[in-house]
Design a protein around this ligand. Structure first.
Ligand SMILES: C[S@@+](CC[C@H](N)C(=O)[O-])C[C@H]1O[C@@H](n2cnc3c(N)ncnc32)[C@H](O)[C@@H]1O
Length: 291
C-alpha cells in the first residue's frame, strides 16, 4: 500500500485486509487453528520488548562497570555515578515491565471510562495489538461491535500477530462481536463516519514523521460519526494530536499525565466530533496528504 513508505519495516503493509466473523475463519483456516488450551489464556504481551531488554542490559552493564571501578580503579565519584545510572536504568525497565503485566489494565479502564457507553456503539481500536482496548470496549457493549486495526509490528509489541489477537478474542469470549483489520492508522480502510467511538493506546508515537502522525489523527476524525468520541492515550505527542483534532473541527480535553500504572508516563486526549458537522474537513485534508 503506497503512502506508507516510512513504515517499510512493518512487513504486513502491502497485505492490508480484513478478517471478520473470526469464528468462521478459525474453522476454515488450518494454518491458524486456535487450540482450546491456548484460548483459555489471554496474553496482552509486552510493549516495546526491545526497549525493556535494552534498559535492563544497559543497567546491568553500568552496575558491572561500577563494580569494576570500585575494585580496580578506585575512583569513588565514578562508582557512584555508574551505580546511580545502573539502578535508574533497571528501575525504568522494571516499571515498563510492570506496566505491561499489571498497570496497563488499570490504564485501559481509565481510557474507556471517558466514554458514556450506550451499548450499541461501533468501536474502533487503532493499533489494537493483542486487543487490550478492543476486548475492554466490546465487553461494555450489548448490541455494538468492535474493530481492531493494526499492522502487527513485533518491535512495538512482543510476538505481535493477528493470530495472537484472535486467540485473545477467543479466550475473552468476544470473537463473534469483533473484526480485525490489517492496515495503517494513517490510511484507514474504512468509509467516512464509520464509528461512534475510536480508542487507541500507545500506537501513534510509533508512526515516524509528524506529518504522518497528523494524517493518522485526521483519519481518526474522518472515520468518526458526527457526535462521536476519540480517546487517544500515548507517551509522546499527545498535545500535537490534540492540535490536529482541533484543526479538524473537534473539541478536545486532555487528561494526565499518569505515571504509576502507565509507565512511561502517558497522557490522554479526549476529542469529540460535533453533532452537526460532517467529516468532510478531515477527509479532504487526508485525501490531499496521502495522494
Ligand atoms: C505498544 S503496542 C500497543 C498495543 C495495544 N494498543 C495495547 O495497549 O496493548 C503498539 C501497537 O501499535 C501498532 N502500530 C504501530 N504503528 C502502527 C500504524 N501505523 N498503524 C496501525 N498500527 C500501528 C503496533 O503494531 C502495535 O500493535
Amino acid at each position: 500500500m503506497r503512502g506508507c513508505a516510512d513504515e517499510e519495516d512493518h512487513a504486513d503493509f502491502d497485505r492490508c485486509g480484513r478478517l471478520s466473523n473470526l469464528g468462521a475463519w478459525h474453522a476454515k483456516s488450518g494454518a491458524s487453528v486456535v487450540t482450546a488450551a491456548m484460548a483459555n489464556r489471554p496474553d496482552y504481551g509486552v510493549d516495546a520488548p526491545g526497549v525493556v531488554r535494552g534498559l535492563a542490559l544497559a543497567g546491568i552493564a553500568a552496575l558491572a562497570l561500577a563494580g569494576i571501578d570500585a575494585a580496580w580503579l578506585g575512583i569513588p565519584w565514578l562508582t557512584i555515578v555508574l551505580a546511580v545510572i545502573g539502578f535508574a536504568l533497571l528501575l525504568a525497565s522494571a516499571l515498563t515491565l510492570r506496566n505491561a503485566l499489571h498497570g496497563k489494565f488499570r490504564h485501559r479502564d481509565r481510557i474507556l471510562g471517558h466514554v458514556d457507553w450506550r451499548g450499541d456503539e461501533r468501536v474502533l481500536d487503532v493499533g489494537t495489538g493483542r486487543g487490550l482496548l478492543l476486548v475492554g470496549a466490546v465487553k461494555r457493549l450489548t448490541t455494538g461491535r468492535g474493530t481492531g486495526l493494526d499492522i502487527w509490528s513485533k518491535k512495538d509489541l512482543s510476538d505481535n500477530s493477528i493470530d495472537r489477537t484472535m486467540n485473545n478474542l477467543a479466550a475473552e469470549d468476544v470473537t463473534a462481536r469483533c473484526e480485525l483489520v490489517t492496515g495503517p492508522a494513517q490510511q484507514m480502510p474504512f468509509p467516512d463516519g464509520s464509528f461512534d467511538v475510536v480508542v487507541s493506546n500507545l500506537c501513534l508515537h510509533n508512526i515516524r514523521g509528524s506529518a504522518t502522525r497528523a494524517a493518522a489523527c485526521r483519519e481518526i476524525a474522518r472515520v468518526l460519526k458526527p457526535g462521536g468520541i476519540a480517546v487517544i492515550s500515548d507517551l509522546m505527542f499527545v498535545s500535537r494530536h490534540a492540535e490536529t483534532f482541533r484543526a479538524a473541527g473537534m473539541t478536545v480535553d486532555c487528561d494526565g499525565p499518569y505515571l504509576w500504572d502507565a509507565f512511561p508516563p502517558q497522557k490522554i486526549a479526549i476529542a469529540r466530533q460535533p453533532h452537526s458537522v460532517s467529516t468532510a474537513t478531515a477527509a479532504d485534508a487526508n485525501r490531499g496528504t496521502m495522494r
